[in-house]
Design a protein around this ligand. Structure first.
Ligand code: UD1
Ligand code: CA
Length: 447
């Protein structure tokens, strides 16, 4: 059974107090919307429709960046959740299979939960994801009758007795696509909010003799984000789960509460992560690496046995091969560092490649930017770059070559050569002693 995903994200999100559409606020380096898309991916959807409204252009861009095949349907006026789903009708014309409705501001639905809904569809026409709420608040209530879901009543429209029900609507609904659109077409807006409620389709379906059932999940999965406070709570929840998952996967974290992961961080077994490490998006670390304290990594790959930090920064395109060492106050960007190479102290390596076994001295800078263009620095294998070398790119240093400390290297260095590019040293005999004496005498006179 093919599945189409419909993700609702047209709402303004007034309580975020933001210029950015709510679904583009980020958790663990990815927009809320992308978290919802990743949840939905568990069902291998044949089509994904994102319903956007406020900031639709930005929402479309973010959705496409994650999945180029996504269709964005624009809901110009937010008339309710049923109306929002209705905007996907055109994009799904002729689609045969199920539709699953998710909310773009609900990032934590687990794949297993969607799989359970999918399975429940084998026996029932409509499947709603519900949860037993500790504090049901303003959620819609699921009203059961003889083991079937009879209808959903919104808080605003509920009687006191109905408000006493703790089984709540998460908003996630699955059913045959054409059946859903048919039911939606019959939803009116004669209710407390004057909106077209998606939840009304249950009552309509039951009147038509269709069956409806509830799959339940833990309340934490259905957590939605409506304010900055909820956003940071959601971030905390994500991080707590990511840390627990890393520990379970065999990663050593000595102070897990100080390590921050991105939505897509991959860390291999037996890797050690010291305190206060931040992973931005797009990081993979192989097994047995060490990420030392206060390091920041994004868009990079760290191979087996490599040691990074303390206080290192790996930026997008940094690729460290096995047993590479990147030490304190070193920044690496868009650079391939081959096996066993060392950049131990105070360096900037950008737009570069470094061959196996090379040693980059303290304070080395690849001068990659000329104010307009970026240029590449190529360093061969077993090279020794003396401390405080400026490598003015484009420049190549051949295998087993050396540069003298403090050199400003502007020309290629052939393999095996030593480049010295600095002023020659001159020693003036006894000069320092005489200068010291003069100055001390002046100080003694008080001038
Ligand atoms: C909805 C459900 C409620 C459920 C709750 C769970 C309805 C009528 N009510 O209420 O039963 O307990 O979610 O969180 O469905 N949206 C649009 N266009 C619209 C309206 C909404 O795209 O015209 C999107 C919003 O951006 C949001 C989602 O739909 O992502 C839910 O809308 P919201 O207004 O927050 O619904 P609730 O009142 O919370
Ligand atoms: Ca809501």
């Amino acid at each position: 059974m093919a599945t189409a995903l419909i993700i609702l994200g047209a709402g303004m999100g007034t309580r975020m107090n933001s210029d950015l559409p709510k679904v583009l606020h980020e958790i663990a380096g990815a927009p809320l919307l992308v978290h919802a898309m990743k949840s939905g991916a568990a069902l291998a959807p044949a089509k994904t429709i994102v319903v956007a409204g406020h900031g639709a252009d930005l929402v479309e861009k973010a959705a496409r960046a994650h999945d180029p095949d996504v269709t964005v349907a624009v809901q110009t006026e937010q008339l309710g959740t049923a109306h929002a789903v209705g905007q996907a009708r055109e994009a799904l014309a002729g689609f045969e299979g199920d539709a699953l409705v998710l909310y773009g501001d609900t990032p934590f639905i687990r794949p297993q939960t969607l799989a359970a809904m999918h399975a429940a569809r084998l026996t029932d026409d409509i499947v709603v994801l519900g949860f037993d709420a500790a504090q049901p608040g303003r959620y819609g209530r699921l009203i059961m009758k003889d083991d079937q879901l009879d209808r959903i009543v919104e808080f605003k429209d509920a009687t006191d007795k109905e408000r006493g029900v703790t089984l709540c609507n998460s908003g996630v609904i699955a059913g045959d696509c054409s059946v859903l659109f048919d039911l939606i077409a019959n939803v009116g807006n004669d209710n407390a909010a004057g909106e077209y409620y998606l939840t009304d389709i249950i009552g309509i379906a039951r009147e038509r003799g269709l069956s409806a059932t509830v799959v339940t999940c833990d309340e934490s999965e259905t957590l939605g984000v409506n304010s900055r406070a909820e956003l940071c709570n959601a971030e905390a929840l994500f991080q707590a789960r990511a840390r627990a998952a890393a520990l379970a996967d065999g990663v050593t974290l000595s102070a897990p509460e100080t390590v921050f992961f991105a939505h897509d961080t991959v860390i291999g077994r037996d890797t050690v992560i010291e305190p206060n490490v931040v992973f931005g998006a797009g990081v993979t670390v192989e097994t047995g690496a060490t990420i030392r304290a206060f390091s920041h990594l994004e868009g990079c790959h760290v191979s087996r046995g490599a040691i990074v930090g303390p206080y290192a920064r790996l930026r997008p395109g940094a690729e460290l091969a096995e047993n590479v060492k990147v030490g304190n106050f070193v920044e690496v960007k868009n650079a391939q560092v081959a096996e066993g190479a060392k950049i131990n102290h105070l360096s900037y390596i950008g737009d570069a490649s470094i061959g196996a076994g090379s040693n980059i001295g303290a304070g080395t800078i690849t001068c990659n930017y000329d104010g307009v263009f970026k240029h590449k620095t190529t360093i061969g294998a077993d090279v020794f770059i003396g401390s405080n070398t400026m490598l003015v790119a484009p420049v190549t240093v051949g295998d087993a070559a050396m540069t003298g400390s403090g050199s400003v290297v502007t020309k290629d260095v052939p393999a095996g050569d030593l480049a010295v590019a600095r002023a020659k040293q001159e020693n003036k005999a006894g000069f320092a002693l005489r200068l010291f004496e003069k100055r001390k005498a002046r100080k003694a006179k008080g001038s």
